[in-house]
Write a protein that binds this ligand. Sequence first.
Ligand SMILES: CC(C)(COP(=O)(O)OP(=O)(O)OC[C@H]1O[C@@H](n2cnc3c(N)ncnc32)[C@H](O)[C@@H]1OP(=O)(O)O)[C@@H](O)C(=O)NCCC(=O)NCCS
Length: 182
Amino acid sequence: MDSMGELWKTQLHPARSDPLSPPTVRLARYNVAVAPVIRDFQPDDFEILWRMDQECFPPGIAYSKPELRAYLRHRGSFTMVATDAENGKVAGFIVAHGGPTGHIITIDVAAKARRSGVGAQLLRAAEDRLRAAGSCAVGLETAVDNVSALSFYKRYGYSVIRTLPRYYSNGVDALVMKKELT
Ligand SMILES: CC(C)(COP(=O)(O)OP(=O)(O)OC[C@H]1O[C@@H](n2cnc3c(N)ncnc32)[C@H](O)[C@@H]1OP(=O)(O)O)[C@@H](O)C(=O)NCCC(=O)NCCS
């Protein structure tokens, strides 16, 4: 369990008055050319994000609609959405929670959009926002058998801190990973 006693898979609906909410930005990839557009969550995105989460995770780990809604609305959380620069379709999203140590709650990239830098751009955008809000580090949980996520996080500087036995409802252990943001 995380510090809030909640089950986090690894959220943007900040108040419109959130001074740390950047305007919609177009970011370069970590390592290649075609950049997704990274923007803040809009209420109309909800259904698409929920469906994406259902496709990204197995039953029991994928969020129910009430769970996802709660994380998106959680005080201190924000959600960023990546869209295809050409057709505007949602390619992925990331939900994070601020604090001295920020937290990645989930990151989901549509199967068709993977391995093209969308995840990397979302992660970097969330890290940038957490850093700007004063987070010194960021942590997350991921399933021990989620090879792609482990490889992804390690590539971007996250280290395994400890194991949480049977963290997920299907009995799978989680690895707690952390990255310093300084
Ligand atoms: C993990 C996830 C977010 C990565 O998103 P992505 O957009 O495919 O990631 P990127 O294209 O930015 O990948 C960047 C790097 O991460 C690593 N990586 C990503 N997916 C990988 C895979 N399946 N196998 C090995 N390495 C992988 C590689 O180093 C990759 O660089 P490369 O393509 O130049 O080799 C995506 O696979 C996903 O949504 N998975 C399902 C949901 C999930 O498990 N989320 C994590 C929850 S803890």
